[in-house]
Write a protein that binds this ligand. Sequence first.
Ligand SMILES: [Fe+2]
Length: 303
Amino acid sequence: MTHPTHSAVNVSKVGYVGFETPDLDRLVDYYTNVLDFVLVEKSADQAYLTTTFDHHSVVLERAETKRARSFVGYQIEEDLDSAERRLRDSGYEVRRRSDIAPSTPDVLIVAEPMSGTPLHLYDAQSGTGATGYTPLRPTKLGHVAAFTPDLKRQQSFYQDLLGFKWSDTVADFFVFLRCNTDHHAANFMASTKYSGMHHVAYETRDLDHLQSLLDHLASRDTRLEWGPGRHGPGHNVFTYHRDPDGNNIELFTQLDQMADEALGYFEPRPWHQDFPQRPKTWEADIAAINSWGGPIVPQQLDH
Ligand SMILES: [Fe+2]
């Protein structure tokens, strides 16, 4: 089933991501004491954390086993009534909830076709989260990367139905999609072997901030598994480490920006490969994976 682009629900931001964890307190401790998130609300089974004015960008839920990306929240530009109609007209089952979380009293829930992962669509969160300046706290949830058994179908769902735009592809297995000026808010790796989350990424202001946060991680015995390096697609300076549940967490900065969609290229940067740098299909070589070189961590590319 194909859907014309003009009928897409226009997602404008990745708002939050859910994790299920067998040890809620341990993961709350990681988010607050290692990543310097603000703990906004906590009950026996749930915790809401944020780095921004939004009430939450991370939701942790107690469960028997760990599960990353148990749901993803996307802010949309249009009103929920017309979005709901549009999704139903396109043949998708939609639920509407008023009690899903504090700060989001009206949410549409649609299941991602292949994974069944619930996607929450909402118009805005109340601003009851973080205020003021702290030197370590990440600026925001940047992107959520997941495995998918059918990359083409996944890409078409996100582009045709949710209004994402194509930013880059590596070979035939890794796709990057944007919903605002950021090069990607969602990326997907084709896999018949794995499912669920590949990584979740939090943004830092600049290289100095990234370094400060990494020194802070080191002081909390949290070590990098990969990086720092610079990716090809998106050109972000990246680092990867594991949270206490073993989830793959990226801290990054300097992600490419598509400031002007009409121009169709990313804001020029001296470290680009092309001038101008337009969305393209990359070869799966060192320029795409880590242009600074160095060892490639196998699990980053194992699909
Ligand atoms: Fe990433």
